[in-house]
Design a protein around this ligand. Sequence first.
Ligand SMILES: [Zn+2]
Ligand SMILES: [Zn+2]
Length: 242
Amino acid sequence: MIGCGDAFGAGGRFNTCFVVDDAHGRFAIDFGSSSLIALQSGKIDPESIDLVILSHLHGDHFGGLPFLLLYREFVASEETALTIAGPPGLAARLRALHDCFYPNTWKDHWSFPLNFVELQPSRTVKLGPRAVLTELVTHYAGPEPSLALRIITTSRTIVYSGDTGWDDALIPLVKDSDLFICDCNDLSDQPYKGHLSYQTLSAQFDRLQTKRLVLTHLGPDMLTASAELETECAFDGMEISL
Ligand SMILES: [Zn+2]
Ligand SMILES: [Zn+2]
């Protein structure tokens, strides 16, 4: 758990980024605005990531990519390939973000192989030796869809809700998973329905067939309550073995 904070840095936590080491290398799930700093803080080589899988195109989930691209271009010692997979339209949104942050630095030909893969909802896509199934979830991030991710690698299944309100699509997506990382921004229901609250999510626990549920994207109320909850909550620097 490189970063499991909300969009506003509650508790001093970094934006969303989970790094997964598998038999094939290392990939990241989401790459928020502060994620390159979080990697450096955790002494994880940004060059070692061969794949980034994005749930949706909010800044706290993909805003760190311009920094990662420029790091790979100007700082990295090797020219290892990078694949970025995410919602349809991600390449155009990333280009717009990059041009805003660092004008005239986008490359048609980067010094490393850069590939984009669009993840169509309700389809399983092979990403080399890994496979990703996505489902639409309830969270507005522009015209590009917000996705929950079911990632299968090395005989393990990791499901990530992305940011979302409650959505029944999560039930089959989570089924028989080894790990379910789930948005739980608030302790109780809020007028904004784009995030899950513990109040809503806990009513669905019996339906979530996963070996391990870990809550992420914790806002201030959840951070305060987390020590008293029976449900496992993520923290930056948390390591999970599957
Ligand atoms: Zn978020
Ligand atoms: Zn979001």
